[in-house]
Write a protein that binds this ligand. Structure first.
Ligand code: HAM
Length: 415
């Protein structure tokens, strides 16, 4: 029996991969406009890094990490996300000493042992961006506006931006207590997970999909009514800045994130088109994370998008690459001529295909159809004798004679 891949670990095949390249190129271009530089971080980190940053009692750390002991007996984990690693690198290489304001982006695979379904995989890919060193709410608006610009440049009207504030270590405990007091009388309704984390992480019940949890949390106190004055002011300024630059958003006071490091602004870009996996991108502020990881006391904010989910939102056909030209040839001499011409054109930057096996004209034309080349050129004995052939523009359905010289063909095909 043939060996298959591992469940939840996908191959990204030609046809699909062009869409990924387009997503990545758009991200690089748009993020570049906002002054972000790329950082490449390793896939494997010390387990402790994620336990300390994402939080011991989160689903990710409790249940979903690919952790193991390496041959040297070290506890290591395949990164479930990028923020912790980027901040570890920021601290380790003292990037803050050159400039506390760093704008960094990254892309690559992440690993979580979740139950695979459409839009949810065990190896998935994120494109993420992080900014350190700025408390001013202008930067929250910049990060969100950049993310919305990215989706707009992909031509997507979905997903839509939702924002919330989770307060800070001063006001969140007050809210937690208010929520616990509210939920205590309804504990029986909560699902097993929410019951278990009632003491450690009661906020999770707010965005739990279980019917009982929805019922129990109906009418629950809102985090936004419990923000202290500084957090209220920050949230109001984020909203004002978003409005000033025309970035549309809605407020979702029930949004709680599955990672513990968030403070103040949190956000998600959500879609109704992907079933249960509604978050296409998500992130927020993490003003305590850098110091928690042993770095200086600097704030941070960022997001990550799931590339698979973005790809699902994009129509497929648009991204298939078409060769510029398909060359068909009849007979051995023409085959040799077509091959020489193809190689010369490729060196001139023209994307050319031919049928290497030199089958019948009919089968060569079937192949030409499959490639959907923009132009075709058919070479036989007469054409070689004349030194010219008919170049057919497949979209316009018209043809014209062209000299059988690479420069001449390239001139016509590249337009
Ligand atoms: P997250 O919400 O855990 O946040 O993940 C961000 C995005 O990654 C999700 O919105 C989703 O699109 C995608 N994603 C997550 N898990 C999966 C999965 N199993 N399969 C497919 N896609 C998935 C973070 O990871 C934070 N580090 C974001 C951040 C950056 N916050 C601040 N800076």
């Amino acid at each position: 029996m043939a060996i298959t891949g591992i469940k939840g670990f996908n191959d990204i095949l030609p046809g699909e991969v062009e869409k990924w390249q387009h997503i990545e190129a758009t991200a690089r271009r748009v993020f570049g406009l906002y002054g972000f530089a790329e950082i490449r971080i390793p896939i494997l980190e010390k387990t402790e890094l994620f336990a300390r940053s994402i939080g011991d009692t989160t689903d990710i750390v409790e249940k979903e990490m690919y952790s193991f002991e390496d041959k040297g007996g070290n506890r290591v984990t395949m990164r479930p996300e990028g923020t912790a690693s980027v901040m570890r690198a920021f601290i380790e290489h003292k990037l803050y000493a050159q400039d506390p304001v760093a704008k960094l982006y990254y892309l690559g695979p992440m690993f979580r042992y979740e139950r695979p379904q459409k839009g949810r995989y065990r190896q998935f890919h994120q494109i993420g961006a992080e900014v350190t060193g700025v408390t001013d709410p202008k930067v929250d608006a910049q990060v969100l506006t950049m993310l919305c610009q990215f989706f707009a440049e992909l031509g997507l009207t979905e997903p839509q931006l939702q924002i919330n504030s989770l307060g800070c270590p001063d006001c969140r405990p007050v809210y937690r207590q208010a929520l616990k007091d509210f939920l205590r009388a309804k504990l029986d309704l909560l699902c097993d997970d929410c019951k278990r984390r009632f003491e450690t992480n009661p906020l999770r019940a707010l965005d739990c999909k279980a019917t009982g949890c929805k019922e129990a949390t109906a009418g629950a106190p809102s985090v936004l009514d419990h923000l202290d004055a500084a957090c209220q002011e920050h949230f109001a300024a984020v909203r004002k800045n978003l409005e000033a630059v025309g970035t549309a958003y809605t407020i979702n006071p029930r949004m709680v994130r599955g990672l513990d490091y968030y403070t103040r602004t949190t956000f998600e870009l959500v879609t109704g088109l992907l079933g249960a996996q509604s978050a296409v991108a998500a992130g927020g502020r993490y003003d305590g994370l850098i110091s928690d990881l042993g770095g200086p006391s600097l704030p941070g904010i960022g997001f990550a998008m799931g590339v698979e989910r973005v790809a699902l939102l994009l129509a497929e056909e648009e991204f298939r690459k078409r060769p510029d030209l398909f060359v068909a040839a009849l007979g051995d001499d023409a085959q040799a001529e077509a091959f020489r011409l193809m190689c010369a054109l490729q060196k001139l930057g023209v994307a050319v295909e031919m049928d290497y096996e030199g089958k019948s004209l009919k089968s060569q034309m079937r192949r030409a159809d499959k490639f959907n080349a923009r132009f075709t050129l058919i070479i036989g004995g007469d054409e070689i004798a004349k030194g010219a052939a008919q170049l057919k523009n497949m979209d316009a359905g018209i043809q014209e004679e062209v000299t059988l010289a690479a420069e001449a063909v390239a001139g016509k095909v590249k337009g």
